[in-house]
Design a protein around this ligand. Structure first.
Ligand code: PFF
Length: 456
């Protein structure tokens, strides 16, 4: 029988890992990036990046986590004692902690929008006579009220922190695995229902065409860099999450198969989101609005729902989907620090969870207030929220991925990678050789290019 610090079932470990990967990155970052980067050509590049680079880098993290069976810092200390590689793990822990601070705020908004959809508050001031502009104005004003006031969003952020604490206290099996087993199938059902609805709207074909017919002339070096960044973010690479989760994988888990399944499901969610959003905005003529992150989800989509019969139903379903995606991702990223506390400082899970989560009451509050009273407080011209997002996505995450690939390709104990990929020689996969080649040579060069290009 597996220990309580391992995932209990194959389905459970896949559900938890997919739960982590499928987050706001797939649901809102992907459609926004696709629109600004020219549609189908970007989708194609993104798919290539996931398959050719994302999967091998994911396998480097899996092999490191399961081979070292410790927290993100501990794996390096255990596998290469006396070396300084543990600093890569430390960077991952710092990056993941900075990410939780602001991601928890967005997770709070999704809870707020879900509750406002169910209660009808989001749609209560609409009349049949509202013009398109009036609708847009109403939802933009609501977003302002829900996000930029000081107290409201803070309370919902705190509610999300409390939910996270409850699940994390349950531990790997009872908390994370059980929750993911219920929520992940629910997420896929909601996605399929919404997709069916938007694809049956009149004029939706135009949106599908934009999303699925590539125009290769739109591909530029910047598009490639963006596609690679999106692929890494949406697979949760460079955050220590996959190292942490794979340390809970039983020894007989087939890592290559798992990485392919997780990546394909994450891709599928992104594609289904595209098939929900583009046909819907085309059908209602909303495609001239910029589909930028928060506005896309919190203004444009409510406009779409307001145009449908029973807007409250579709809106509740969509924000439940977003809430599920956000919750399973925040749990996974918080677990990086929780496991670090448990393994490094020999704390109980309860103490570890509280030490990690309680400071968020202050840190997330600063991020939340970045949209309210603290909006004028700027560092390098950015609000605290934007600064946290910017340094993690553009600097820390690529640095950690680069460190992991160079370590696994060149400095880890000999045979660690091949032993983990083949479960100590018991599995044969025709892909092993190419995966090792990519981790050693291709990934470091491409990731370094992204890092440098961010500064050009
Ligand atoms: N793959 C996740 C996403 O697409 O949202 C990445 C992630 C971000 C996971 C933030 C967890 C998190 F807190």
């Amino acid at each position: 029988m597996a220990s309580k610090n391992e995932f209990g079932t194959k389905i459970g470990l896949i559900a938890a890992t997919v739960g982590s990967a499928v987050g706001l990155g797939n649901v809102w970052r992907f459609p926004a990036e696709t629109q600004t980067n020219g549609g189908a050509a970007f989708l194609l590049l993104y798919i290539l990046c996931v398959l050719l680079l994302g999967i091998p880098v994911m396998l480097a993290e899996f092999s490191l986590g399961r081979g070292g069976r410790s927290d993100t810092i501990g794996v390096f200390k255990k596998l290469s004692p006396g070396s300084k590689w543990w600093l890569t793990g430390l960077l991952a822990v710092i990056a993941s902690y900075i990410i939780i601070c602001y991601y928890m705020v967005v997770a709070g908004w999704t809870l707020e929008y879900f509750i406002e959809s169910v209660s009808g508050g989001l749609y209560d001031s609409l009349t049949d006579a509202d013009s398109a502009e009036a609708l847009h104005g109403t939802f933009a004003a609501k977003m302002d009220e829900y996000v930029s006031s000081d107290m409201r969003p803070l309370l919902f952020t705190y509610a999300m922190i409390a939910l996270n604490i409850a699940v994390l206290l349950g531990g790997v099996r009872k908390g994370i695995e059980n929750l993911s087993n219920v929520l992940m199938p629910l997420l896929f059902v909601i996605l399929l229902v919404l997709c069916f609805i938007t694809l049956s709207l009149p004029g939706s074909g135009e949106g599908v065409k934009f999303f699925l017919t590539p125009d290769f002339s739109r591909i530029t070096p910047a598009t490639v860099v963006n596609a690679l960044g999106q692929a890494f973010f949406s697979l949760s690479l460079g955050m220590g999450i996959l190292i942490t989760y794979s340390s809970y994988y039983p020894g007989d888990t087939k890592l290559v198969n798992t990485s392919v399944i997780v990546s394909l499901l994450s891709l599928l969610v992104a594609v289904l989101m595209g098939l929900i959003i583009f046909p819907a905005v085309k059908s209602f003529g909303l495609d001239s609005e910029p589909l930028k992150g928060a506005t896309l989800v919190f203004v444009t989509l409510p406009e779409v729902f307001a145009n449908l019969p029973a807007p409250q139903v579709w809106s509740s379903l969509f924000f439940l989907l977003l809430l599920v995606a956000a919750l399973t991702s925040t749990i996974s990223i918080a677990e990086v620090s929780v496991k670090m506390m448990i393994d490094r400082f020999r704390l109980s899970r309860k103490a570890g969870v509280l030490i990690v989560m309680l400071p968020l009451l202050a840190l997330s509050a600063v991020c939340s207030l970045s949209f309210g009273s603290l909006s004028d407080f700027r560092i390098f011209g950015l609000t605290v929220f934007d600064l946290f997002d910017h340094i993690t996505t553009n600097v820390f995450l690529p640095l950690v991925s680069l460190g992991v690939c160079i370590y696994m390709g060149w400095f880890a104990p000999k045979h660690l990678l091949s032993d983990e990929l083949s479960n100590k020689g018991t599995l044969r996969s025709p892909l092993t050789g190419s995966i090792q080649f990519i981790i050693k040579y291709v990934a470091p060069i491409l990731i370094a290019t992204i890092l440098i290009s961010n500064y050009l």
